[in-house]
Design a protein around this ligand. Structure first.
Ligand code: GEK
Length: 250
């Protein structure tokens, strides 16, 4: 594979008669770094701080997971966080999992270029039902929103069950609000996309593609479910407009 990862996201630039539902296919994987940076406010900070959080919560001889890892940005941030943690990171492994073969193929390429030495494996598979064990830190960044709502609790249950006491889950999501705040947050998110060069056509077509695919929930619903799953301490460590990140500790 060549170094074509700097490709601009032009997926919705031309008018489509019918906008198909959004999927993480080869075309999306090719433009993904540009797409996510221009669409998710605070994405870079969320990735970088996931590495810091991993360094704080990692335990020797444990496993770390990046569920829905896409191109492995968080996998690698966690790898560097674990490496920097010294003895606490001894004997750890990191597994990135994504069910898009195009994403995993590219992610493997980035992992190979990375110079850190903590063992990393990238797996193409469904995170629902994936066997997790002895987990100190799991990242679920902007992924739960794509899982069918009725399956979300059982996924969090399986993560909590696999997490060692004192271990952590990083959960990042687009959330929804009461109507008045929703309007304000939507406006700001739209301004963010415009400021990043997306046209009104691109914004409208992307919105229609993602409508029934990305299902956001409220802050309260997330916190309640994290507690129900078995995480005793939950904090919202970050928010940028309508995107938030939680740190949940077992
Ligand atoms: C990042 N976390 O860079 N099983 C496995 N993977 C899945 C599933 C599933 N059931 N459903 C969706 N995905 C990354 C960004 S992107 C977020 C995550 C976004 C994968 C899907 O293939 C895609 O790669 C990823 O979850 C969501 O921090 O594009 O908004």
């Amino acid at each position: 594979m060549t170094h074509d990862d700097q490709q601009p996201d032009n997926i919705y630039q031309t008018p489509l008669d019918e906008v198909p539902g959004f999927t993480f296919d080869g075309a999306v994987a090719r433009v993904f770094p540009d797409m996510i940076k221009r669409s998710v406010p605070g994405y870079a900070e969320t990735v970088a701080m996931s590495g810091i959080i991993a360094g704080r919560y990692v335990k020797p001889g444990s496993n770390l997971y990046d569920l829905g890892c896409s191109l492995g940005a968080v996998t690698l941030a966690m790898r560097h966080g674990v490496q920097a943690a010294g003895d606490a990171g001894q004997g750890c492994t990191i597994t990135g999992i994504d069910n898009s073969a195009s994403m995993i193929e590219r992610a493997e390429h980035y992992v190979a270029l990375d110079e850190a030495t903590v063992p990393v494996s990238m797996v193409c598979g469904d995170i629902v039902g994936f066997p997790l064990e002895n987990a100190s830190v799991t990242a679920l960044n902007f992924v739960l929103q794509f899982i069918a709502p009725e399956m979300r609790l059982s996924l969090l249950n399986s993560i909590a069950e696999a997490t060692v006491p004192g271990g952590a889950l990083i959960l990042s999501e687009k959330i929804r609000f009461d109507p008045w705040e929703q309007m304000m947050q939507d406006e700001l998110h739209l301004d963010f996309k415009r400021a990043n060069g997306y046209s009104e056509l691109e914004i409208a077509q992307k919105r229609s593609a993602i409508e029934n695919v990305l299902i956001p929930e409220s802050h309260e619903a997330h916190v309640e479910r994290l507690r129900e799953a078995g995480f005793s301490r939950v904090i919202r460590w970050y928010q940028c407009f309508n995107f938030v990140s939680y740190l949940a500790v077992k």
